[in-house]
Design a protein around this ligand. Sequence first.
Ligand code: APR
Length: 310
Amino acid sequence: MRHKVTVVGAGNVGATAAQRLHQLGYADVVLVDVVEDLPQGKSLDMAESGPVIGSDGTITGANSYAETANSDVVVITAGIARKPGMSRDDLLLTNMKITGAVTEEIVKYSPNCILMPVTNPLDAMVHNILKVSGFPRNRVLGMAGVLDTARFRTFIARELDVSVEDVQAYVLGGHGDDMVPLVRYTTIGGIPISELLDADTIESLVQRTRDGGAEIVGLLKTGSAFYAPSASIVQMVESILLDKKRILPACVSLEGEYGVNGLCVGVPVKIGANGVEQVMEIKLLPEEQSALDSSIASVKELVDVMENNS
Ligand code: APR
């Protein structure tokens, strides 16, 4: 039997993720949106690509949740996308309501699924979705770190004119302007980045990574990034469905790790059939810990705003 993956939100990120998942061929996909006919139209179009791309997986669209029953993984992209000039934080309360309502419906039909929030502001949405679902923390993991890391890897690979595949990097903390690219753990073919690039160049790549989402918004003008986000979603979904146990950064609720309790932030985790199978705790230098602490403080501010408005 094929796996079943639901993607909620048939906009740019959701539909592109659905297309990539359909292309894998080993999962049936349900695409849900509030807009009538939109998910049906997009999924029919994708289904009709099946014979060409060689995918036997089914893909269907829906405006309600019965069709999502017994999903293994549910990706939540529903929400309002960031517009130019709008900060992630402006989206907070609207997207809190949307993701909360979506989660209530999803858990009714798929009480055993693994939830993958993507809607921004990401860390706050993971917090909200974890709370509304009542799921254990291993079954709620947000996608942001893979994307942030992919941006950092892209910029490093371009700078050094090397394969993106040989660049390993980690970005910790919130998916915000104060995310923490861990330069010390960034390697190129196993060689520490500090051996190959000077500190100023590294800092400029770090800054470009922090501004990565805004850079795309500035260029697109009418929307935010979706090709790299959807690819990142699929890497995480695949690690669950194939029980690959990949070590990837994801936004999860911490229970004492990194000195954090009950807040959701990006950390390296092992992702397998049970969702988050291990939180990898790496020793941080004092300056790294303090950068992580200030990123965590920004996430806490958002959580406080949500708690005062719920
Ligand atoms: N239920 C289901 N779908 C909804 C709901 C809801 N309650 N509310 C909104 N949607 C749908 C919209 O109709 C739209 O099709 O969510 C979709 C969002 O798509 P886009 O506006 O294209 O946004 P997108 O670029 O896909 O980004 C989605 O991911 O990366 C984040 O910041 C991004 O939060 C944003 C999310």
